[in-house]
Design a protein around this ligand. Structure first.
Ligand code: SF4
Ligand code: SF4
Length: 163
């Protein structure tokens, strides 16, 4: 039987806030930092000392007992218009795109992912979304590993070319 993608199969955020309640995993790339500084009216040094921590070559948004410091229960993300690319990209993280078990866990965690959606449909939609929104990483060390999908895009283009 051929399965068809319908509107119901498209990710739609339910604004539950689960993905903002984690600790310490939100990468701020150089491009994110510039956008956030402009949005908040801060220079990079001030942002870094006030809102972030560095681990190796990467900068991460700080967290507190509620999760991300910019998350406010009942109100959502206080930097929504300028939030980091990694936040814009969820749930289309590399791990969820390449690994069906990670995808299944993401489905349990995030009510925005349609239950009936197949992993294949999720992967196609995700790559299209990442490219369309200019979120696919370019392998710089300051970027989140979850956004590095150039090999997946090459494989997809190759498979499309064979059709
Ligand atoms: S967990 Fe999913 S549905 Fe909930 S806020 Fe995050 S993206 Fe939206
Ligand atoms: S920056 Fe905003 S969207 Fe990203 S984790 Fe924090 S509160 Fe959530």
């Amino acid at each position: 039987m051929v399965s068809r993608e319908t509107e119901e199969d498209v990710f739609s955020c339910a604004l539950c806030g689960h993905c903002c309640e984690g600790r310490g995993g939100i990468v701020v790339s150089r491009a994110d930092l510039a956008r956030l500084c402009e949005f908040l009216g801060l220079d990079a040094e001030s942002f870094e000392s006030r809102w972030s921590a560095r681990r190796g070559e990467k900068m991460f948004i700080s967290s507190d007992e509620n999760g991300c410091v910019f998350f406010h229960k009942g109100k959502g993300c206080s930097i929504h218009a300028a939030k980091p690319d990694i936040c814009r990209a969820w749930p289309y993280f590399r791990g969820n795109l390449v690994d069906s078990e990670s995808y299944a866990l993401a489905k349990d965690f995030c009510p925005g992912i349609p239950q009936r959606q197949t992993h294949g449909a999720f992967m196609r939609q995700g790559l299209s979304y990442l490219v369309g929104e200019n979120l696919a990483g370019s392998s710089r060390p300051d970027e989140a590993a979850a956004l590095q999908v150039s090999d997946l895009l090459e494989a997809l283009a190759y498979n499309m070319g064979k059709r």
